[in-house]
Design a protein around this ligand. Structure first.
Ligand code: GUN
Ligand code: ZN
Length: 432
């Protein structure tokens, strides 16, 4: 009988916990071996300890000189905005009206949606991202197109249809009832089908009536293991607008709380203009902030406050927010994250940033044990990083004195060029 065992020799990096709070969290094997069978991790450890256990007909892939990590997890990204990435506007609200809404209109066409989904997924894989929480548009066919392509590639993805029944152009509006009905149909069609997961997707409070928020909250209670994704406290003009629309709420976040939208598996993008009461509420409900540094700098939204988030143990994860975000690369996202941290007086260790992009993302999605590290039984979603991918990176990597310095150089200097290969469920889905 032929063996399905594949083995990969390289340096291995993964995490058992958040290194900011646990000094034993980083798992590093300089000369490591990753053993995979039938799309799952069998073992990860030192080559010297594990190589004797390999079956005679095992295929051994030699990636010495490279670093294998779990695939990156992007907890907030908009696939319909792929074509408008890098569009200039003076802030969030004009950017939405000038570029975003017209681009999303084109997803009325399922054919257009399929073509963009194809490109978008290939771009994620080129950048080493194997799982993402993805916004589609208001059109259910944009969700069908996305999950169809993701299923064909056997990727683990989270996605959902935008709910928006006011303060948007006619061509992008649903109604409270039609939005809830379509969401429920999509949950039945896609949630937990293979590696696909559904997210109840309230675009943001200004584009939903109280009636729509109420129905979204009811769906979130009825379908407890679905995800919830939305935006909160991104921009000061937006925060002011929410105050006018919902005068009875204590804060912007409180609008979602009042409608039953804060719980585990709820992903809140940005979380810049929160106060400590909001942060405590995020922690108490285990709702997760998705921090989007390239977007926040590009749109001039503000700086995420890491110190106060950590003080209150608010769950955090890392995200690109393409097309408000300016890069699909989680490495480039770490680069900007680090600088945002510096501006707020924080020093983020590279190991923490790599944790956020891997196990931290898996925890945000409550998928620890399924993705995010190399525990036995996890999906074999992993990437091969090349620390010599560019002349400058090679030169810098040759003079680093520690693992932290090497990872820091990758976080600051690397991008898609450093992703030598991407594997999803044990299958190679990208090579450079
Ligand atoms: N708030 C509401 N919609 C959006 C969006 O598409 N992008 C960003 N960055 N913020 C939003
Ligand atoms: Zn967004």
């Amino acid at each position: 009988m032929t063996s399905h065992v594949q083995a990969y020799r390289a340096s291995l990096l993964h995490f058992s916990n958040d290194p900011a709070f646990d000094e034993h969290a980083t798992q590093w094997h300089g000369d490591g071996l990753l053993i995979v069978a039938d799309g799952k991790i069998v073992a990860a450890g030192d080559y010297s300890k594990l190589s004797a256990s390999l079956p005679a007909d095992c295929e051994l892939h030699d990636y010495r000189g490279k670093i294998i990590t779990p695939g990156f997890i992007d907890t907030h990204v908009h696939y319909p905005q792929t074509d408008i990435i890098g569009s200039p506007a003076p802030g969030l609200l004009p950017w939405l009206n000038t570029y975003t809404f017209p681009a999303e209109r084109r997803f009325e066409s399922g054919e257009h949606a399929s073509e963009v989904a194809d490109f978008f997924l290939a771009e994620l894989l080129r950048n080493g991202t194997t799982t993402a929480a993805v916004y589609c548009t208001v059109h259910p066919q944009s969700v069908d197109a996305f999950f169809t392509r993701s299923s064909e590639l056997n990727l683990r993805m989270v996605a959902g249809k935008c709910l928006m029944d006011r303060n948007a152009p006619d061509f992008l509006r649903d109604t409270a009832e039609s939005g809830a009905r379509e969401t429920e149909e999509l949950i039945h069609r896609w949630h937990n089908k293979g590696r696909q997961h559904y997210a109840i997707t309230v675009r943001f409070a200004p584009t939903s009536t109280p009636a729509q928020l109420k129905l979204a909250g009811e769906l979130a209670t009825q379908y407890r293991d679905t995800y919830i994704q939305t935006h909160v406290a991104e921009n000061t003009d937006e925060v002011k607008w929410v105050k006018e629309l919902f005068p009875d709420s204590r804060s912007y976040l409180d609008v979602y709380d009042q409608y039953g939208l804060m719980r585990e598996r709820a992903l809140y993008a940005h979380c810049i203009w929160l106060d400590d009461a909001d942060r405590a509420r995020m922690a108490a409900t285990q709702s997760v902030a998705t921090v989007c540094p390239t977007s926040n700098l590009f749109l001039g939204s503000g700086l995420f406050d890491f110190a106060n988030a950590d003080k209150l143990r608010m769950p955090v994860s890392l995200a690109t927010d393409v097309g408000g975000g300016t890069s699909f690369s989680m490495l480039q996202t770490m680069n900007e994250l680090y600088k945002v941290g510096r501006m707020a007086g924080t020093h983020l260790a590279a190991q923490r940033m790599f944790y956020m992009a891997t196990l931290g993302g898996a925890r945000a999605l409550q998928l620890e044990g399924t993705i995010g590290n190399f525990a036995a039984g996890c999906d074999a979603d992993f990437i091969v990083l090349d620390p010599k991918a560019t002349p400058l990176l090679a030169r810098r990597s040759a003079t680093t004195d520690s693992l932290e310095e090497q990872l820091f150089a990758l976080a600051i200097l690397a991008d898609d060029r450093a992703i030598a290969a991407t594997y999803s469920a044990g299958a190679c889905v990208h090579t450079r």
